[in-house]
Design a protein around this ligand. Structure first.
Ligand code: MV4
Length: 509
C-alpha cells in the first residue's frame, strides 16, 4: 500500500481525498498556487508545496512542477481529483514514466475515451447502442445531408474532441445544416484544435443518467448504480441524485451491464462513469465515458455505503475488488447540491471575496464536502465551487426534507452563493414529483416568480434586526453575550462574534 499520496488538485475534492488518505493511514501531500496558500486543503495536508502563480497553466495544470513535488516529497502515487489534469493522458503517461502511480485509468484508456468518435467506434465493436448517427467525423456537407435525412431531423452536430456541450449545434431543418456544420467545425477548431464533427439524432428533452463503474487491475468490473444528472444550467450540473427516480431494478441491471461492457471494451481500470441519454420511452444511449472520479460521487457512496476514494487507492495499489456485483446493495436516496460562490441576483456571476461568517449545517442525513472556512477568501481564479451539500434519506422525500432543513441552516456571510436556488428547486412541484429532464432548470429559471431579494440579503436584514433587538430589546446581555460595541457592529460583518451568531439564530428560528 502507498505511504504517501500527492493530491494534484485544490478545493473540496482535494480536502475529500486528503481525508481518505488519513483514514487509510497514508500521508497526504498538497500542492498550491500563490492564491491558495491559506486554503483548506493546504491546512489539512501533512506537507504542502507551492507550485506557482494562480493561473492554472502555471500551477495545477503544470505537469513538470507537480512531478517535481512528487519526487521531492517521495510520493508513491498521485490522485488527480477531477478537472485539471484528471483526464490528461500526457500527465498519466508522465506519472508512470516517473515511477509514480497515477490513481486512475491508463493513458491509453483515456485517449480511447477522450475522443467522442473513438469512443463511439469502441461502442460499435462492443455492440453497445449509441445515439443513431455517425461514429466517425463527417467527411463532407453532402454526407451530413444524407445522414441527416436518413436519421431524421432534428439532428445534433458535435465536436469529436468536445464535451460539456461545447461545439454542439442543434439543427431543426435541412436549410440550417450547412451553416450549422461550418459553425460547429470552426468552434471545434478554435476550442479544441480539432475540427472533427460528427452527427447524431437529436433526442428532445432527454434525461442525463450516468452509471458509476469500478474496475480493478485483475479483470473485475462492477457497476455501483446510476445517478440522475439532468438538472444542469449551461451544461453545468447543479443538483445530482441517486438512484434515478425513473430507473427500476431491471433497467439498472441493463444499463449497468452495458456500462461494464463499455469499460471492458476500453480496458478500463479504477473509477469511471458512463454517461447515457435517456429518452421519454426510457431507451438509453451511450453518450460518453468520463475517465475520472466525478464531483457527484458522494451520492453513490451514500446509497451503496462504499467509499469510492478508498477503493480508487486500493485498486491503484493492485488490490482485488473486495466484493462481487451481487454484494452491491442500493439503499435509500441521496441528493447533492453544488454550493457555488455565485450571485443568483446577478446572472450567477462568480462572487469571490472573504467569508466573514459561516454557519454550516449538520445533523441526521447531512454530508458536507467543503473546501471553505470562515475567514477564508474565495479566489476569483478558479471554478467557484465552494462545497457540496448532500442529503440522505430512506426515501427521496425524506432526502428532500433533510436537504431543505440543512439549506435553511446554511449561511455564508461576506459573499453571495446560490443557496437560494436550491430552496426554489427543492420546493418546485415538478422536482418533488421527479418530472426531470435536461430542460427542467431552464424552464424553472425562465418562469416568472415574484421578485424576492435573494435569501442571503433577507437573512442579513434579519440578522441586523435580531441583533438590534437582542441588544436594545433585552434588559441585560445574557451570559456570554457581549453588549454591542463599536468593533462588532452587525451588518458590516467585520468580525464574527457570539452575540451576532445568537442574533442570527434568533433570526433563523
Ligand atoms: C445530446 C442531446 C440531445 N440529443 N445529444 C450536452 C453536453 C453533452 N454531455 C451532450 N449533451 C447533449 N447531447 C443528442 N443526440 C442533448 C444534450 C444536452 C444535455 C445532455 C445532458 C445533460 C444536459 C444537457 C443539456 C443540454 C443538452
Amino acid at each position: 500500500m502507498f505511504k504517501k499520496i500527492l493530491i494534484a488538485n485544490r478545493g473540496e475534492i482535494a480536502v475529500r481525498v486528503i481525508r481518505a488518505c488519513h483514514e487509510m493511514g497514508i500521508s497526504a501531500v498538497a500542492v498550491y498556487s500563490d492564491v491558495d496558500r491559506a486554503s483548506l486543503h493546504v491546512r489539512k495536508a501533512d506537507e504542502a508545496y507551492p507550485i506557482g502563480a494562480a493561473a492554472a497553466s502555471e500551477s495545477y495544470l503544470n505537469i513538470q512542477k507537480i512531478l517535481d513535488v512528487a519526487s521531492r516529497s517521495g510520493a508513491d502515487a498521485i490522485h488527480p481529483g477531477y478537472g485539471f489534469l484528471s483526464e490528461n493522458a500526457k500527465f498519466a503517461r508522465a506519472c508512470s514514466e516517473a515511477g509514480v502511480k497515477f490513481i486512475g485509468p491508463t493513458a491509453a484508456t483515456m485517449e480511447a475515451m477522450g475522443s467522442k468518435t473513438r469512443a463511439r467506434q469502441a461502442m460499435e465493436r462492443a455492440g453497445v447502442a449509441f445515439v443513431p448517427g455517425t461514429s466517425r467525423g463527417l467527411e463532407s456537407f453532402e454526407q451530413a445531408e444524407q445522414v441527416a435525412s436518413r436519421i431524421g431531423y432534428p439532428v445534433m452536430l458535435k465536436a469529436a474532441a468536445g464535451g460539456g456541450g461545447k461545439g454542439m449545434r442543434l439543427v431543426h431543418a435541412p436549410g440550417e445544416l450547412k451553416s450549422a456544420l461550418d459553425g460547429a467545425r470552426s468552434e471545434a477548431e478554435r476550442s479544441f484544435g480539432d475540427s472533427e464533427v460528427y452527427i447524431e439524432k437529436a433526442i428532445i428533452n432527454p434525461r442525463h443518467i450516468e452509471m458509476q463503474l469500478l474496475a480493478d487491475e485483475h479483470g473485475n468490473t462492477v457497476y455501483l448504480g446510476e445517478r440522475e444528472c439532468s438538472l444542469q444550467r449551461r451544461h453545468q450540473k447543479v443538483i445530482e441524485e441517486a438512484p434515478s427516480p425513473i430507473v427500476d431494478a431491471d433497467m439498472r441491471k441493463k444499463m449497468g451491464e452495458v456500462a461494464v461492457r463499455v469499460a471492458q471494451a476500453a480496458g478500463y481500470t479504477n473509477a469511471g462513469t458512463v454517461e447515457f441519454l435517456v429518452d421519454e420511452e426510457k431507451s438509453f444511449y451511450f453518450l460518453e465515458m468520463n475517465t475520472r472520479l466525478q464531483v457527484e460521487h458522494p451520492v453513490t457512496e451514500l446509497i451503496t455505503g462504499l467509499d469510492l476514494v478508498h477503493l480508487q487507492i486500493r485498486i491503484a495499489a493492485g488490490e482485488v475488488l473486495p466484493f462481487t456485483q451481487g454484494e452491491i446493495l442500493i439503499r435509500g436516496h441521496a441528493i447533492e447540491c453544488r454550493i457555488y460562490a455565485e450571485d443568483p441576483d446577478n446572472n450567477y456571476f462568480p462572487s469571490p471575496g472573504k467569508i466573514t461568517l459561516l454557519l454550516a449545517p449538520s445533523g441526521p442525513g447531512i454530508r458536507r464536502d467543503s473546501g471553505m472556512y470562515e475567514g477564508w477568501s474565495v479566489p476569483m481564479d478558479y471554478d467557484p465551487l465552494l462545497a457540496k451539500l448532500i442529503g440522505y434519506g430512506t426515501t427521496r422525500d425524506q432526502a428532500i426534507g433533510r436537504l431543505t432543513r440543512a439549506l435553511n441552516e446554511y449561511f455564508v456571510g461576506g459573499i453571495k452563493t446560490n443557496i437560494s436556488l436550491f430552496r426554489r428547486i427543492l420546493s418546485d412541484p415538478d422536482f418533488r414529483t421527479a418530472k426531470l429532464d435536461t430542460g427542467f432548470l431552464d424552464r424553472m429559471l425562465t418562469r416568472k416568480t415574484p421578485a424576492t431579494p435573494s435569501d442571503s440579503r433577507a437573512v442579513e436584514v434579519a440578522v441586523i434586526a435580531a441583533g438590534i433587538f437582542a441588544v436594545l430589546g433585552s434588559s441585560s446581555a445574557g451570559a456570554g453575550e457581549r453588549p454591542l460595541t463599536s468593533e462588532s457592529t452587525v451588518g458590516k460583518q467585520n468580525v464574527a462574534s457570539n452575540w451576532k451568531i445568537t442574533a442570527h439564530k434568533e433570526a433563523m428560528r
